[in-house]
Design a protein around this ligand. Sequence first.
Ligand code: UTP
Length: 295
Amino acid sequence: MTRRIRKAVFPVAGLGTRVLPATKMVPKEMLTVVDRPVLQHCVEEAREAGIEHFVFVTGRNKAVIEDHFDLAYELEDTLRKRGKTKELEALLADTPAAGATSFTRQQAPLGLGHAVWCARDIIGDEPFAVMLPDMITLPGQRGTRCLGQCIEAYEKHGGNIIAVEEVPPADTHMYGVVSVGADHGHTFQINGMVEKPPRGTSPSNLIISGRYILGPEVFGILANVEKGAGGEIQLTDGMKKLAEKQVFHGVRFDGKTYDTGSKVGFLAANVAFALSRPDIAPAFRAELKKIVGSL
Ligand code: UTP
């Protein structure tokens, strides 16, 4: 019997140096893709997957994130008085219920593993999801976004789950990579992980893509993990240790993932998400054709 996944951790304490100067004063998770912050796309994916409690691990200069997921009294009152009911209802529907969010601080950006560990007391003793908020996803054939597919796999197989995606073999040195054991197609058993393998040494071209289901035992391990790649406390190193005792499954997400933490990924995400929106796509497609036609 698996336990229900109720809580998700969103590590949002990184510096976002790849998209400077945009991130000098604005957290990279608050940059907008179409008409909502990147982080809101992620929270929507979590809600769709049944998550009830949203745990944000923030840092200095990130207070705007907390405000974004709260009521905005003056704005809402003005919309109400002006009869802008549709806009008001959309805002209220997006706002998590009272008590459904928690915020904790990672005082220094010591790495993703350290950021996840900062959520230990809020998560407690239950399995939970981790979502890297700069990775945003669009559904594929299965019709669900990435976390939904991870939770489905967890309910079927139990254990720990990591979403993966294929990259060209020449790019694997930039990512965490898994090696494949018993393969069931959409899911497979993971029998090894490595963070940023040197060129030519990667066990596969399946990279860890930003959605995880982990057992609470990972917290005890992360407390003792040494600094790894990049001088940071790596989540992958914690998961490797956990994999000595517990099973890990990979999920080949059948949709598309966009890395909004890089400039090109951010631009591609805006194009893809705009084209996926029935209200915007027709007008945007016409504009895009003009630009593409002139290339
Ligand atoms: P990244 O490595 O993509 O984020 O971490 P970064 O450090 O902000 O990016 P660059 O390389 O400087 O541009 C993935 C996620 O983990 C969070 C980040 O906020 C991001 O959402 N993170 C990373 C933390 O919360 N704390 C950390 O110490 C590191």
